[in-house]
Ligand binder design. Structure first.
Ligand code: 13P
Length: 236
């Protein structure tokens, strides 16, 4: 399976930065790795016209089609900008009140409109595999197993901390997510790893057998992000 690298820019960057992102990344010729860029909503127009390599994603989506939902962005609006992927269930959004039920509705709306959800799951220091299993099961409760989905394992304690699990620890969870999915009839679902992935840690994260990486902070340093993309492209 071709490795997928997703940049989650979170609430960072400005006009100048995103102009540079498209300019620099458009020059990149990768033979094998694929990448998806997830900027904040307001910078989507920067990508719509200028992205030539890589694909476009976003960091959230409304669970509704349209209407009186102040501050929300619908699938239809996103698709007008060429957005194909959507991060759903990130722990930073869960921590501000997003429930498993709402996540499941967002996954359903994304899948129902030809978008691919990147569903984030992850534990804190006090919870383990059972929590992750439950997050996985609940997230896919409203879709059928022909839906195109991606999961991302992001341990909360590894996000932005410069601490990563060992390859074996990541492998245990990634395998468990796949097993949970297979039991429910979802086959060959890619599972990414995210949490303090940078130029020094990406190889060891990939050694876990995951299908790609979800990169936060290191995606803001363009040279470092390009180094990771090239490295993953040449990863055996
Ligand atoms: P960092 O790479 O900054 O740890 O963030 C990971 C993340 O949350 C990506 O979604």
């Amino acid at each position: 399976m071709r490795k997928l690298i997703v940049a989650n820019y979170k609430m960072n960057g400005d006009e100048k930065f995103y102009s540079l992102v498209t300019k620099k990344l458009n020059k990149l010729a990768l033979k094998d790795a694929r990448f998806v860029l997830c900027p904040p909503f307001v910078y989507l127009s920067k990508f719509k016209k200028h992205i030539k390599s890589g694909e476009l994603g976003i960091q959230n989506i409304s669970a509704f089609d349209f209407g009186a939902h102040t501050g929300e962005i619908s699938h239809q609006m996103l698709k007008e900008f060429g957005v194909r992927y959507v991060i759903i269930g990130h722990s930073e959004v869960r921590s501000s009140g997003e429930t498993d039920e709402l996540i499941a509705k967002k996954v359903k709306i994304a899948c129902g409109h030809d978008m691919i959800p990147i569903i984030c799951v992850g534990e804190d220091k006090n919870s383990g595999l059972e929590l992750i299993k439950s997050q996985v099961e609940k997230a896919i409760q409203y879709i059928d197993n022909s839906s195109k989905i991606i999961f991302a394992y992001e341990p909360i304690w590894a996000i932005g901390t410069k601490v990563t699990p060992t390859s074996e620890e990541i492998k245990t969870v990634v395998d468990n997510i796949k097993l949970t999915l297979e039991k429910l009839g979802f086959k060959d679902v890619p599972v990414l790893y995210g949490g303090s992935v940078n130029k020094d840690t990406y190889k060891h994260c990939l050694n876990s057998g995951c299908d790609g990486l979800l990169v936060g902070g290191a995606s803001l340093n363009l040279d470092e992000f390009i180094e990771i993309l090239k490295g993953v492209d040449n990863y055996e």
